[in-house]
Design a protein around this ligand. Structure first.
Ligand code: ADP
Ligand code: MG
Length: 261
């Protein structure tokens, strides 16, 4: 694990959580064929929350967040995102996808499109934003992630950290109200982890609602307001970071923390 968070001072008290619910998951179960991958998930996320989801490989972390933007279907229970109930015959899937941004471990940029085109494609074709406006928005967010000068290059010409920042900018171009991160720094070298975490910290400070699957426990301690621990498809334990790290309740959480810290 990297210690890129070590030298920082982050004032979490400035990051406000509202009373308004952003995501509500109740009694949710999911199977892959016969395999029961998510078990009785109950989770309410308020606006402005920064939630870190931790747990061993295979515990269902990716599946859980992929259910929140309907990349995966669930079979039982209820998921409500921004007031929209996710069902298998969801009509407004584009609305959910534009309100919920997602950043993956392997960036998933379109290799044959420039950085700028990566950032304007969905706004133009999904949100029907006029091209000029989409370009202005893209440049705004590329400046925000500190790589406007890369706009006309292709993903393959950028470092991993730069590509991941493009992926974040691309998501932001859809003006999401919720951001999902699935191990956004796991494929990066330490010096690049820092630049991606910086971008995520800035988003948190601006009040973005965030659910982050990450092994960066420094980020969890300093930025998250809640850490959720999953094992074998269940939420085993959740708490504010201080309590979670200093006073874990379940044996499974204790074992996990002893292995990673
Ligand atoms: P995590 O992100 O915590 O590592 P995942 O959500 O990726 O866990 O996977 C949870 C479990 O579901 C694992 O056992 C994995 O092998 C299985 N799994 C994930 N995706 C699929 C799929 N598309 N089909 C069948 N099984 C899957
Ligand atoms: Mg995963």
């Amino acid at each position: 694990m990297s210690d890129v968070m070590a030298e920082r001072e982050i004032d979490r008290s400035q990051m406000k959580v509202s009373d308004e619910v952003a995501v509500e998951i109740s009694g949710m179960n999911k199977w892959y064929g016969a395999f029961h991958v998510l078990r009785d998930i109950n989770l309410t996320v308020n606006r402005g929350e920064r939630i870190v989801i931790a747990g061993p490989s295979g515990s269902g972390k990716s599946t859980l967040i992929r259910c929140i933007n309907a990349l995966e279907e669930h079979q039982q229970g209820k998921i409500v995102v921004d007031g929209t109930v996710l069902s298998n015959d969801l009509k407004n899937i584009d609305k959910i996808r534009s309100e919920v941004g997602m950043v993956f471990q392997h960036f998933n940029l379109f290799p044959h499109l420039t950085i700028l085109e990566n950032c304007t494609l969905a706004p133009i074709w999904v949100r029907k934003v006029p091209k000029k406006e989409a370009v202005d928005t893209a440049m705004h967010f590329l400046e925000k992630v500190k790589i406007p000068e890369q706009a006309n290059k292709y993903p393959g010409q950028l470092s991993g950290g730069q590509q991941q920042r493009v992926a974040i900018a691309r998501s932001l171009c859809m003006k999401p109200r919720i951001m999902l991160f699935d191990e956004p720094t796991s494929a990066l070298d330490p010096e690049m982890i820092k630049e991606v975490l910086d971008t995520m910290i800035e988003l948190a400070q601006e009040g973005m609602t965030m659910l982050c699957v990450t092994h960066e426990m420094g980020f969890a301690r300093q930025v998250a307001n809640r850490v959720i621990f999953m094992d074998q498809g269940q939420i085993v334990e959740q708490n504010e970071p201080e309590e979670f790290f200093n006073n874990p309740k379940s044996d499974r959480t204790k074992l996990f923390l002893s292995q990673i810290l």
